[in-house]
Design a protein around this ligand. Structure first.
Ligand SMILES: Nc1ncnc2c1ncn2[C@@H]1O[C@H](COP(=O)(O)OP(=O)(O)OP(=O)(O)O)[C@@H](O)[C@H]1O
Ligand SMILES: [Mg+2]
Length: 409
């Protein structure tokens, strides 16, 4: 076992929340009254260790304390309790362009930034060309950075942060900002830093990325560490929390809706008796390969509804990303019902255009004007496994193909 590069021991950080009153600061001072505030703990008793040379991710919903923790590690903030010990030279990339001076040129900022990170002028001279070319900003290096786009800021900041040869690198939510090509080069650079033994602590909302680049992940909730472990397991756990929260919210909404629209019908027996996925051979399934055929089957009690029904389906990825919503576009007439009063509708997908991941189907039965919902079914979870075309990432499979030929003159 290698020794820990970072030790976070019972770290707590509180902030003051000021409640604005409508008097000015001047009148507050003059009148001798204090501004009213309450304190809250943005971090509360967080402890963990990061092994030297490993990459650890911090995840959690907005405001859970991830950036505050990174800032404490970078000594930008001091904890109110506990301590953080870091062995090795720390380089941090925390906020968009943090540490850049807007009126100085890119070149001047590189020198300024690198010297703050502990490099001598000579060392920067040697590395300068690498830094600029990694950022791809040769043409703009003598332009004041206030004229840079946000992507350019990040490229330069990232390039300095990784080229000072850090032993511990702290990165907050930066990787999502650059364009695809820059992200790819950053990922390569990350891999290179990892190989050279650099310890990396990274915050990102891109859970796929966390899964692939981190060995371990810490899950924060309201400033408390609620889980730490293998990245895949913790990301799944977090997605489970997100899903449960959403379900609870939806149940609450439904309850509110029912309270608003009283109905004589006892709603104990669901109107939907079947909501399932079928594979190519018509067997029920909960997984599908990218590009394979898939059918969604819905059976509902049309007789009890007593009017035409518009069937609406949606797909969400379990991190909340909305993939698609669609509906029949017309109300399915009562006349479609079989002898038992039920209607079965199939939605057939010839080639599933989704990439690997965990998704959920949702189903709602509406009236023809989509003003009233007769019933919403429990969400149906399904896993999409890789198809034949592996070399792609993201949400959808566009189903395109590459065709190469000589240049056309
Ligand atoms: N300087 C500050 N003064 C007062 N409150 C602050 C300060 N910095 C952060 N907070 C509060 O502390 C809590 C944690 O914030 P933090 O920025 O660490 O969250 P986060 O997990 O990084 O969220 P996000 O995913 O949105 O980036 C939030 O409630 C935030 O409003
Ligand atoms: Mg943050």
């Amino acid at each position: 076992m290698s020794r820990p590069a970072v030790v976070v021991d019972d770290v707590a950080k509180k902030f003051k929340l000021f409640h604005e009153r409508h008097d000015s600061l001047k009148s507050t001072i003059l009148s001798g009254r204090r501004a009213r505030y309450e304190e809250f703990w943005a971090l509360d008793g967080v402890s963990f260790e990061v092994r030297e040379g490993s990459t650890i991710g911090l995840i959690g919903e907005n405001g859970s304390g991830k950036s505050t923790l990174l800032k404490c590690m970078a000594r930008i903030l001091l904890p109110d309790r506990g301590r953080i010990t870091i062995s090795g030279k720390v380089s941090a990339l925390l906020e968009l362009g943090a540490g850049f001076h807007p009126d100085l040129s890119g070149r001047e900022n590189v020198y300024l930034n690198a010297s703050i990170l502990g490099m001598s002028k000579k060392e920067v001279d040697l590395r300068f060309d690498d830094i600029v070319s990694f950022a791809g900003l040769e043409r703009f290096i003598d332009t004041p950075v206030k004229n840079y786009s946000s992507g350019m800021y990040v490229r330069l900041g990232f390039s300095v942060a990784i080229n000072v040869e850090p032993e511990v690198l702290l990165v907050d939510e930066i990787l999502a900002v650059g364009d695809e090509e820059f992200q790819e080069r950053s990922a390569e650079k990350f891999a290179e830093l990892k190989r050279s033994g650099c310890t990396i602590v990274v915050v990102s909302h891109s859970l796929d990325q966390m899964r692939s680049i981190c060995e371990e992940v810490v899950l924060l909730e309201h400033g408390k560490l609620v889980a730490i472990g293998k990245s895949g397991e913790i990301v799944d756990k977090y997605l489970g929390h997100v899903r449960d929260d959403r379900r609870a919210r939806e149940a609450e909404e439904r309850a509110r809706y029912r309270a608003l629209v009283p109905t004589d019908e006892p709603a104990e027996i669901p109107l939907v008796s079947c909501f399932e996925l079928l594979d190519d051979e018509g067997h029920p399934t909960s997984t599908a390969r990218s590009n394979d055929p898939l059918t969604v089957r819905v059976t509902y009690d049309a007789r009890r509804i007593g009017e035409p029904v518009r069937v609406a389906l949606s797909i969400y990825r379990t991190d909340g990303a909305h993939v698609v919503s669609l509906n029949t576009g017309y109300g399915i007439a009562m006349g479609e019902a079989g002898e038992d009063g039920s209607v079965t509708v199939d939605y057939r997908i010839p080639s599933l255009p989704l990439q690997t991941g965990v998704y959920e189907w949702s189903l709602a039965l509406h009236d023809t004007d989509m003003l009233h919902i007769f019933e919403r079914a429990e969400r149906l979870r399904f896993d999409v496994t890789p198809g034949d075309f592996h070399d792609q990432r993201g949400l959808v499979d566009l189903g395109g193909e590459f065709v190469t030929r000589g240049s056309v003159s």
